[in-house]
Design a protein around this ligand. Structure first.
Ligand code: 3H9
Length: 656
């Protein structure tokens, strides 16, 4: 088999080219090929060496699919030490994203150049790891302790411009990277520039208090995660000891992380997210319909957030509301959100202005005559939704995709309100829609393949994580939430308090306990929905008596200032003795004996409720695969990524 790495002598420059699509990951053949090439270069007529990549990016990291399996030689840290030890000058030439082991390779080179659009980063923390090939040791020697801690503990990539400012990139190459990098390498040789090993640079001065400060911040920001603290320890070792000792520390901590269930869970989610974007029974060559303009019906919180996501990807949006006032209100919420994003430094003022300029409004459905797609985002009223789809059917051009943003409604029934059910699909965005990454894409019985393929591609374009769901009440996520919520109610009746249930789940890793979630969503929503059901459909009164009583007392949740908790003006919850009394009363009334409940039981029963329903969702073919369910829960419901999602957790219980 031919090697993914080639070596060619071009004049005085030895060029090592990596070609391992799609992202030039450092698989074993790449490591071997690089070792062979650098060894060859030491003995030929080259005077400098350039490492460059084919395809869309520089090396994007170690090959994650090799993790958890026995390590094969050559070992990356040793390969990088060999590169750094080259007697001939080594230049890394970066385009795309130099990430993780890829950027560590560049750090082992003596000089680094990049095209202006390239990015660099050490994202290992997002996989529950730390950079394990010298990244924690070489970065602080070039960029200093503070910048290194920011880069490695956040895992966020930075621009080449920023990397240049902190000493991680030496030269920006405008124009052709290969030509520019070779020319620069020749210049360095001509100037008699000597080899400069990152490992031999002294760490710039730093404030010794920084390590404990960052540890304290991370204890809150990355609650329960092991890798961030280990990163601080490894960088501290770089700053306070020799390179060799630091490398040994990095190795020890890397192995601890690699063997942790947290990293296994996070690596599972990495691949599950990418897998979820694929639809098993769609042919690879399914055509994609062009989507250059989108109409949104409904300018409320949801419609506004969806409009922003779409405009942020450069697609024009026409927002429809029933009156000028409603439209004005909707557009002003969008203005406020953009202003907020600018203030928080999430987006530049210019970018915000150009995205905002793509959003226009109208009160006339005829404005949707020429759009390529419409997303209806009015409130959850099936009759209203069907009426709107009838109207859209009348005005939209043939081939326009008609999507309903719904959390529960029957997409097939909505599609049946049109004469083109093949063009209808569900898109369940999560609130706030311009921030939350999950998008459940609901495939109706008659949804055409190219409509599904187009919406999956659009999701990626607007930077969402799409997961396909079949039609059922609540789709994947909200359907599983029902038994979870019912179990929380039973736990209350049986003796747990709202704060015990929530804190048990939050300590376990959920972003928010179930009762705080229900208070946030509004208890009246479930109450109203229950009123439309028969006693039989409502099920066991034990599963809804408490929220019914709360709503009847005017306690709708956060928005009314009280629900399972009392809320202050800053919407901070405090336990409310009145609720404890109400729970006891309901338990008496329903004949439930109360007892002391351990936190462990709370977690077990709530997670089992999710998982049991998840298995039904899989069996019925509502979800394509169990990893899809994990992605839904991690990206949409605050399930801890370090536990890999409910299904992965259940499959690996005992090891987590
Ligand atoms: C590391 O480096 C550890 C070292 O410090 C120490 C070692 C001792 N490995 O995301 P995409 C696949 S840890 C294997 O859709 P994009 C991916 O699964 C690593 N496979 O493309 C997908 O496969 P498929 C640190 C990988 O353009 C395909 O490539 N590095 C890897 O949207 C396309 O991926 C990272 O964490 C990999 N490293 O985004 C970077 N990366 O087509 C991880 C990708 O079968 N990667 N694949 O579904 C990324 O962040 C994005 O993939 C990237 C491209 C930004 C590069």
């Amino acid at each position: 088999m031919s090697s993914p790495v080639s070596y060619k002598l071009e004049g005085i420059i030895g060029v090592i080219t990596v070609n391992n699509p799609p992202v030039n990951a450092l698989s074993q053949p790449v490591r071997q090929g690089m070792l062979d090439a650098i060894t060859t270069a030491q003995g030929d007529d080259s005077e400098a060496i350039v490492i460059i990549c084919e395809g869309r990016t520089f090396i994007a990291g170690a090959d994650i699919s090799e993790f958890g399996k026995p390590m094969q030689d050559p070992f990356l840290p040793e390969l990088l030490n060999t590169i750094e030890a080259s007697s001939k000058l080594v230049v890394a030439a970066i385009h795309g994203t130099a990430l993780g082991g890829g950027f560590e390779t560049a750090l082992a080179a003596h000089y680094r150049c990049a095209v202006p659009a390239a990015k660099i980063g050490l994202p290992e923390v997002k996989l529950g790891l730390l950079p394990g090939a010298g990244g924690t040791q070489r970065t602080p020697r070039l960029a200093g302790v503070k910048a290194s801690l920011d880069l490695i503990t956040s895992g966020a990539p930075i621009s080449v411009g920023q990397a240049g400012k902190i000493g991680l990139i030496d030269k920006i190459i405008d124009g052709d990277l290969r030509d520019g990098a070779l020319a620069w390498a020749r210049e360095l040789v001509d100037a008699g520039t000597s080899v400069r090993k990152s490992s031999e640079q002294p760490v710039p001065e730093f404030d010794a208090a920084i390590f404990d400060e960052v540890r304290a911040t991370l204890a809150k920001r990355a609650r329960g995660q092991v890798a961030p603290g280990h990163i601080v320890t490894a960088v501290e070792a770089a700053a306070t000891g020799s390179f060799e000792d630091g490398m040994a520390k990095e190795r020890e901590l890397f192995i601890t992380c690699m063997e942790s269930p947290q990293s296994a869970g996070m690596r599972h989610i990495f691949f599950a997210e990418r897998q979820a974007a694929k639809v098993d029974d769609l042919a690879k060559d399914t055509p994609i319909r062009p989507v250059e303009s989108i109409g949104i019906v409904g300018g409320g919180t949801m419609g506004g957030g969806i409009a922003m996501s779409i405009a942020n990807a450069g697609i024009a949006v026409t927002m429809i509301e029933i009156s000028d006032e409603a439209l004005e209100r909707g557009l002003s919420i969008i203005d406020r959100n953009y202003a907020g994003s600018v203030k928080r430094g999430k987006i530049s003022e210019e970018k915000a202005a150009s995205c905002r300029a793509l959003i226009s409004g109208s009160t006339d459905y005829d404005s949707l005559a020429e759009v390529d797609m419409v997303i209806e985002a009015v409130f959850e009223d099936p009759i209203l939704k069907k009426k709107i789809f009838g109207q859209l059917d009348g005005v939209c051009k043939p081939g326009a995709i008609l999507a309903t943003n719904t959390s529960y409604q029957d997409v097939d029934a909505i599609a049946a309100a049109t004469k083109r059910p093949q063009d209808v699909i569900g898109t369940h965005f999560f609130s706030p829609a311009h921030i939350m990454k999950l998008l459940e894409v609901v495939r109706g019985e008659k949804t055409a393949d190219d409509v599904l393929a187009t919406v999956m591609a659009l999701a990626k374009k607007i930077r969402k994580v799409p997961v396909v769901s079949g039609v059922c009440y609540g789709f994947i996520g909200n359907r599983m939430l029902r038994p979870y919520g019912k179990t929380a109610q039973l736990l209350l009746l049986e003796g747990a308090s709202p704060q015990q249930v929530d804190s048990a789940m939050e300590s376990w890793g959920m972003a928010m306990g179930p009762l705080r979630v229900f208070d946030l969503a509004g208890l009246d929503i479930g109450y109203t929905a229950r009123q439309a059901l028969s006693e039989e459909e409502k099920g066991d009164p034990k599963t809804y008596r408490i929220p019914d009583l709360l709503v009847e007392l005017g306690r709708m949740g956060q928005k009314s200032g009280s629900g399972f908790y009392a809320y202050d003006d800053n919407r901070q919850p405090t336990p409310d003795p009145a609720v404890d009394g109400l729970i006891k009363m309901a338990a008496d009334d329903l004949g439930v004996e109360r007892r002391e409940i351990q936190d462990e039981e709370i977690v077990d029963r709530l997670i089992s409720a999710l998982v049991d329903e998840g298995r039904k969702v899989l069996d019925e073919g509502i979800a394509q695969r169990s990893g899809d369910i994990d992605v839904v829960y991690v990206y949409g419901y605050g399930f801890p990524v370090s536990r890999g999602g409910p299904m992965f957790y259940a499959d690996n219980i005992g090891e987590m």
